[in-house]
Design a protein around this ligand. Structure first.
Ligand code: AKB
Length: 330
């Protein structure tokens, strides 16, 4: 099977080679539906099972199975893995940085207890497991420009703490039990789906509000630089990484990124499409979070070890986001 030049892996069942059966948790968040589309194109619709605890839209029910799965219910997860013959688990369920701060106990349950369940599940059933991490796994003591793959990690959000925990536990399960754990640290992911409680989401919200109302009040200061990636690049990285043979992986956790920009730089690009866009700034608590995160992300190890390359820069990202939001939301 092929996707844009990538040779895709299959599972050797002894007699025949068959595509992997994949379960996606938290499938109705920013990445799930698009990730399912990409995987279904490559592995077949029936082999990719999208799951969540919320009610799906018509679109999410198109093209393949959608099921209820609560990551806090270990037995329920075991039943799904057995009933559907799952080989790979992509674990997207998580509260993001800004919403996590508003409900720390819930973030602990979802991001930490939920992750304990899926990692144990993956160990028991010998699944390949992918858990995304984030630039939020770094903190004020980390070098910010650039932030290397291995450095000090002392995040100050529950989101960041839970992601460092996932990175370390995944690495531990890999070394101790041979678990095929894979993790990419993503920067802010820009897609046309409405924002979901992150600190980097101003860079999504401005397209929706800017195109609809011609105005946007930004909660970050104009010069706050953060690493970012367009969703297609993010999912290509995930896809390519999932299919990288284990022997090429020198580590289990990699930084990936495409660009870095400030709100002011993004808005200047957007003025080309919305010349009468009015921007005001009203920094809030998210400013403190952003100031503790990397400004420029060093992903040279991913580029070296498994050939990561981004396609979309700031100009192309803005062009595509204007198109996507206009077509799907206005
Ligand atoms: C957030 O802002 O919380 C996320 C992230 C960078 O992980 N988008």
């Amino acid at each position: 099977i092929k996707e844009s030049g990538n040779v895709v892996e299959s599972v050797n069942t002894g007699n025949a080679i068959k595509p992997p059966r994949i379960l996606i948790t938290g499938g109705l968040g920013q990445l799930g539906t698009e990730c399912a589309k990409l995987l279904r194109r490559n592995y077949g619709n029936e082999n990719v099972i999208l799951s969540d605890i919320i009610k799906p839209s018509e679109e999410s029910l198109e093209n393949g199975p959608f099921i209820f799965a609560d990551i806090l219910d270990f037995k329920g997860l075991q039943k799904i893995v057995v009933d559907y013959g799952i080989d790979w688990l992509i674990h997207f369920s998580a509260l993001l940085s800004a919403v996590g701060e508003q409900n720390v106990p819930l973030a602990v349950r979802v991001n930490i207890e939920g992750m304990h369940n899926v990692i144990e599940l993956a160990k028991q059933y010998k699944l390949r497991i992918f858990i995304p991490s984030t630039i939020g796994a770094f903190g004020p003591d980390s070098p910010r420009n650039p932030t290397p793959n291995v450095t000090v990690q002392r995040p100050r959000t529950i989101y960041g703490v839970s992601k460092v925990h996932a990175e370390l536990l995944g690495e531990y399960y890999h070394h101790r039990f041979g678990l095929d754990f894979r993790c990419l640290r993503f920067p802010g992911v820009i897609s046309s789906d409405p924002p979901g409680g992150g600190t980097t989401d101003y860079a999504v919200a401005v397209f929706h509000e800017g195109l609809l109302n011609k105005r946007y009040e930004c909660y970050l200061e104009p010069h706050t630089r953060l690493p970012m990636i367009y969703i297609d690049d993010c999912l290509s990285a995930l896809f390519q990484f999932l299919n990288t043979p284990e022997k090429l992986l020198r580590r289990r956790v990699y930084n990936v990124t495409a660009m870095s920009f400030t709100p002011e730089e993004l808005f200047n690009e957007l003025f080309k499409y919305i010349p009468d866009l009015k921007i005001t700034y009203k920094p809030d608590k998210r400013q403190h979070i952003a100031e503790s995160w990397p400004q420029v992300f060093d992903d040279s190890e991913a580029r070296r070890d498994w050939g990561w390359q981004h396609k979309y820069d700031l100009q192309r990202l803005v062009e595509l986001m204007v198109q996507d939001v206009n077509t799907n939301f206005l």
